[in-house]
Design a binder for this molecule. Structure first.
Ligand SMILES: Cc1cc2nc3c(=O)[nH]c(=O)nc-3n(C[C@H](O)[C@H](O)[C@H](O)COP(=O)(O)OP(=O)(O)OC[C@H]3O[C@@H](n4cnc5c(N)ncnc54)[C@H](O)[C@@H]3O)c2cc1C
Length: 257
């Protein structure tokens, strides 16, 4: 059997150069990077992993923050993160306001186990995200959407995602396109805007919404959630009650309570 090469990884802090900045919404931008010296993406990663960025001169002390790759490893030559401003937030606003093409940023990684694991995960991947917590799921969907059912990929994917209003929809045209792929279901709920006659649901994801969206899909599903702690914990409590084992209810905290 052919041996797999170990994943490429740079030791310590990498220098990543910003090659492109894209406005996703009024408060969210995607930053594309490549290795500052060699070009291209200097590491291998798994969809759902994150990088930690370090900034030495934007405040009195060096600060570090983590951002999940929203790009997929199959998109060669770059990595991208999607950053949503946090009111008064130091790094998120710095990234959105001050960082432009050509800037070099220190980063370490990739890090994290919040990924689809072909050996351990069940065939139906069910994802629950809110706000910037959709970023790992954008990466995961980019990675698997066109090869569902193939070796190493889920058979089916469901994403329930919550945004405040239509102006907050991150990567919406891509999500809409994916929702037409057989085996993919995308449900979007708006928490602060009611849109009559649309497919949007209204309100925060809660037990009643889980019951409706996930009905009957507990035995063959692995659940992943990223967003406010209360939402993630309510999903874990809900699926536990449905008999889903702990290993199949993973959560990723962005540290935003
Ligand atoms: C593993 C991991 C992956 C992450 N991936 C992403 C990502 O892909 N995209 C992304 O936009 N962010 C992501 N984050 C969040 C990110 O690391 C920062 O915490 C966020 O950008 C805020 O940093 P800041 O310096 O702007 O705010 P700070 O200056 O640290 O905080 C300012 C204030 O905002 C509050 N706050 C801090 N973080 C949040 C938040 N996320 N939401 C609401 N309030 C908050 C704080 O309590 C504080 O009162 C991730 C975090 C982790 C741990």
């Amino acid at each position: 059997m052919q041996e797999l090469a170990p994943p490429r990884r740079k030791k310590g802090w990498m220098n990543l150069k910003v090659t492109r900045v894209v406005d996703e919404t009024w408060d969210t931008k995607t930053l594309y990077f490549e290795d500052a010296d060699e070009g291209s993406c200097p590491f291998d990663y798994i969809a759902g992993q994150y990088l930690t960025f370090r900034f030495d001169d934007i405040s009195e002390r060096a600060v570090a923050r983590s951002y999940t790759m929203s790009s997929s490893p199959r998109q060669k030559g770059f990595a991208a993160v999607t950053v949503k401003r946090v009111p008064q937030g130091l790094v998120s606003n710095h990234l959105c306001d001050k960082v432009t093409v050509g800037h070099v940023i220190k980063a370490r990684g990739p890090i994290g186990k919040f990924v689809f694991d072909p050996l351990l995960s069940r065939p139906h991947l069910i994802m629950l995200g809110a706000g910037s917590g959709v970023t790992p799921f954008i990466s995961i969907m980019r990675e698997y959407v066109d090869r569902l059912g193939q070796e190493g990929a889920p058979r089916q994917m469901t994403l329930l995602v919550a945004y405040r209003s239509r102006e907050d929809l991150i990567c919406w045209s891509e999500l809409e396109a994916w929702s037409r792929v057989p085996g993919v279901r995308i449900v979007c709920t708006l928490t602060r805007e009611k849109v009559e006659g649309s497919t949007f649901k209204f309100g925060r994801p809660d037990e009643a919404m889980f019951e409706e969206v996930f009905a009957g899909t507990y035995e063959d599903a692995t659940f992943m959630t990223c967003g406010p702690d209360a939402m993630m914990h309510s999903l874990v409590a809900f699926v536990t009650q449905k008999g889903v084992p702990k290993d199949h209810a993973q959560l990723e905290s962005f540290g935003n309570g």
